[in-house]
Design a protein around this ligand. Structure first.
Ligand SMILES: *[C@@H]1O[C@H](CO)[C@@H](O)[C@H](O)[C@H]1NC(C)=O
Ligand SMILES: *[C@@H]1O[C@H](CO)[C@@H](O)[C@H](O)[C@H]1NC(C)=O
Ligand SMILES: *[C@@H]1O[C@H](CO)[C@@H](O)[C@H](O)[C@H]1NC(C)=O
Length: 471
């Protein structure tokens, strides 16, 4: 029996070690600011890199994410991306961000996939019905109604959507585990491709005879009942909702797209895009009990059949952290320990609160790059490059401003305003880790030999001992 377990363990280990690190590759340098001009540059991972000496803080900066977007369009939603195209400093860092605005009463971010990223979304305003569909053969819909402060995860490559079921405007922000996650909106990819996909292929894919299918395309959702039936079957409509008649049409688009996915695609997650390895399955919900579990990348996986929407969900990020502490800041970390469904997905989220003049002290994340959005207040932020240059890049951020802290670099945020400040940040790991420099150096347990620190910091031994006594 034990021998069998060992063999199984070895087999699983072999499997685990064959996991591809299908990530945005490491730059093998502090960062790699993308430029279009190949002159005086280095080619890495699809973009040229700017000479590091010429990089400036603005390469890591984006402004304007506080602005409400016009949602007067077919779907009633607008996505504003901050990826490597908007912020060249994101190149090779494996992270990006979006703002999504939804019109009241049925604004829909229609079913789509990100071929290269998992997504972690936080709702700031409004009420969203969100969900994702697992790959073949189960095609389970895992869905949830979200309110402000709620967080939900969409695993890499899976079809997902968000739908505003409230009568007010809605806003969400999301971190994505790639500098350029890509978007495939199912409906437009299938019916709007250029040149178009042969109708016979589509007819077969959707199990419709060709004539019916052409009719279906022309008449544009005339067969509503069929789709409503499917919608009920899929439990896509929230059970308590009295759907406004007006939005039925919009829902239909979403459902049609999901059906398309059923018929056409095996959404094999061929490419993960984080530093964390790909799970090689739809997701890998972490459980503590090894019974019925498979060991992948540091956590056991729950049997996918037993996964529920709550595994991908967290509520309460609307509540500020208590900043009554010596540094005047509080980090609420939503990582794999809080949302088990993040296991192997290469992304997590934090909320950071700052008292007036509060500081998130210099620290590093050993396993993640960070993209930070200021929602309230004014922050002075910066990071320091590696030896020998140790250049400091700084910027003052106001609401709607975005800044990136490259993988592993020492960085900080300081509230220079007279009011409290709030920021949200995505990190390119399920468990990015934090090393607060002062605590690690002067507050380790047991303490680092003072002689080491005397030499390293060129300080008097009494000063070192004093510092050690402070932590
Ligand atoms: C939003 O866009 C629509 C259609 O493009 C336009 O008619 C409308 O004036 C815009 N609204 C605002 C507030 O800009
Ligand atoms: C952060 O805020 C939470 C919630 O108010 C509190 O429980 C926690 O102790 C705070 N952490 C620090 C370091 O002050
Ligand atoms: C915040 O933390 C301080 C110190 O621990 C405590 O005295 C205070 O009551 C807390 N405030 C809230 C709102 O919980």
């Amino acid at each position: 029996m034990e021998a069998l377990q060992i063999i199984v363990a070895i087999f699983i280990l072999a499997l685990a070690s064959s996991l591809t690190f299908a990530s945005d590759p490491s730059p093998l340098q502090d960062f790699c600011v993308a430029i279009n001009d190949p002159k005086g540059s280095v080619f890495v991972n699809g973009k040229f890199c700017k000479d590091a000496k010429l990089a400036k803080a603005d390469d890591f900066y984006f402004s304007g994410l506080h602005i409400r977007k016009n949602t007067s369009n077919t779907f009633g939603s607008t996505v504003t991306p901050v990826n490597v195209a908007q912020m060249p400093g994101l190149h090779t860092l494996g992270i990006s961000m979006v703002r999504i605005d939804y019109a009241p009463n049925g604004g829909l971010n229609p079913p789509h996939t990100h071929p290269r990223a998992s997504e972690i979304l936080v709702v700031l305003e409004g009420t969203l019905h969100v969900g994702f569909v697992t790959s073949n053969p189960d095609n389970r819909l895992i869905s949830k109604v979200l309110y402000p402060g709620d967080v939900f995860v969409f695993p890499v490559g899976l079809l997902h959507f968000q739908y505003n079921i409230g009568n007010t405007y809605a806003v969400a922000f999301a971190g994505l585990s790639s500098e350029n996650p890509g978007v495939i909106t199912i409906a437009s990819a299938v019916f709007g491709s250029n040149p178009s996909i042969n109708a016979d292929i589509l007819a077969k894919a959707f199990n419709l005879d060709r004539k019916m299918f052409l009719l279906f395309l022309e008449q544009d959702f005339k067969q509503k009942e069929v789709f409503i039936c499917h919608a009920k079957f899929l439990n896509l409509l929230p059970s308590n909702s009295k759907q406004p008649a007006k939005s039925t049409y919009i829902i239909m688009k979403g459902i049609r797209s999901i059906l398309i996915a059923f018929g056409l695609f095996a959404f094999a997650c061929l490419s993960a895009s984080a530093y964390d390895p790909s799970p090689l399955q739809d997701f890998c919900v972490a459980i503590k009990d090894i019974k019925n579990g498979v060991f992948v990348n540091g956590k056991f996986c729950k049997d996918p059949k037993l996964a529920v929407a709550e595994d991908f969900f967290f509520s309460g990020l609307n509540r500020p952290g208590n900043t009554s502490n010596p540094v005047g800041s509080n980090v609420t970390m939503i990582n794999v320990d809080i949302i088990p469904g993040l296991n192997t997905l290469g992304i997590s989220l934090v909320r950071i609160d700052y008292a007036p003049y509060g500081v998130n002290p210099p620290h590093t994340h050993p396993r993640g790059s960070e993209i930070l959005l200021v929602v309230e207040g004014t922050l002075y932020v910066g990071f320091v490059t590696a030896n020998p240059d140790n250049r400091l890049f700084t910027k003052i951020l106001n609401p709607g401003d975005v800044f990136v802290f490259p993988f592993g670099m020492i960085h900080f945020q300081f509230n220079i305003g007279k009011t409290a400040a709030v920021a949200f940040a995505g990190l390119s790991s399920q468990n990015a880790g934090v090393i607060t420099i002062a605590n690690a150096v002067f507050g380790s347990n047991p303490p680092i030999n003072p002689d080491v620190l005397v030499k390293a910091f060129q300080l008097n031994k009494n000063v070192v001992k004093y510092l050690q006594s402070r932590f």
